[in-house]
Design a protein around this ligand. Structure first.
Ligand code: GLV
Length: 296
């Protein structure tokens, strides 16, 4: 079984060493180590090489991240090649931690404290809502969105999840479909966007949908930048309708230096770091996928 690893972002040697610690049989090849027609499985992320149409023996492609929208646009594969992605690879925990930080940031008034610090203002009269009074909404209830919702519920936050088709997760108040969207948005003190990017979600968080959030709500963007209309978000921040935004993903990445989000006083920017792929858990998941497909 020839497993080729290719990434313009991840280091083959590091992944190779980790694979060897999992199993001596788990060998990762570089594309130049094997003739393209002899590749069985391709592990790929942020590829420099995108044309794999000559890989006539290719049985499976595994994207080493949670979202494979970028890969789907870039890769050229033999017709019918299945493409899998990472469903956890340590990302459920990492994403949940980031979301918790973002929730606490707004709940415990760290946004006001930063402003106060800039003004050297000893701000002692800031009250805050308890977990039980801070309503969280998670848009997208897939593998990562569902994990984030359940984690926040476990911390005592009343948590709702919206998805196109109904997902039942214990403790999470489920909203499903377009008909339930406005009601869902209307009860989110903090909205966490976990929707994947596809034709149906491009620009999903637009002027109208953001206006459905309660006055003073905060928005946390963790999945893909293309899901949020950044101009609409900025308008709602400037009008005072929204309290703030914590953003890890952007319509254009890296975020261009001149972009107003960088310096907006109500925006916190992190550079797509909410849940970097963890090498060992990712490789264990790759092994599971290979076993499921009887390729290992
Ligand atoms: C990163 O953005 C990923 O999809 O894993």
């Amino acid at each position: 079984m020839n497993i080729v690893f290719h990434s313009g972002a991840f280091d083959l040697q590091e992944w190779r060493r980790a694979a060897q610690t999992i199993s001596p049989e788990f060998r990762l090849l570089a594309p130049e180590d094997v003739a393209i027609e002899e590749i069985d499985v391709l592990l790929i992320w942020r590829p420099a090489l995108t044309d794999w149409t000559q890989a006539s023996n290719l049985k499976l492609v595994i994207g080493l991240g949670a979202g494979i929208d970028g890969l789907a646009r870039q890769l050229r594969l033999p017709a019918g090649t299945p493409v899998e992605r990472m469903r956890d690879a340590g990302m459920r925990q990492a994403m949940s931690e980031y979301a918790t930080y973002a929730v606490l940031h707004f709940q415990r008034n760290f946004d006001q404290f930063r402003q106060a610090q800039q003004e050297k203002n000893w701000l002692t009269h800031s009250s805050y809502r308890s977990n039980q009074d801070t309503r969280i909404g998670v848009l997208g209830q897939g593998s990562l969105g569902g994990a984030v919702a359940q984690y926040l519920h476990s911390l005592g936050y009343p948590t709702s999840g919206w998805s196109r088709s109904r997902k039942t997760l214990s403790g999470v108040n489920a909203y499903a479909g377009e008909d339930a969207l406005n009601e869902f948005l209307g009860q989110c003190d903090i909205l966490i966007n976990m929707l994947p990017h596809n034709a149906a979600t491009e620009g999903f968080l637009n002027m109208d949908r953001l206006s459905r959030l309660p006055q003073g709500a905060a928005v946390v963007c963790l999945s893909r930048g293309a899901v949020t209309d950044e101009s609409a978000l900025l308008e709602h921040l400037d009008s005072g309708h929204l309290r703030g935004a914590m953003m890890d993903v952007f319509q254009q990445e890296p975020l261009p230096a001149a972009h107003p989000l960088w310096s907006h006083p109500k925006v916190w920017v992190t550079p797509h770091q909410s849940a970097p792929t963890q090498i060992e858990p990712a490789l264990r998941e790759v092994m599971d996928i290979l076993r499921e497909r009887e390729l290992a």
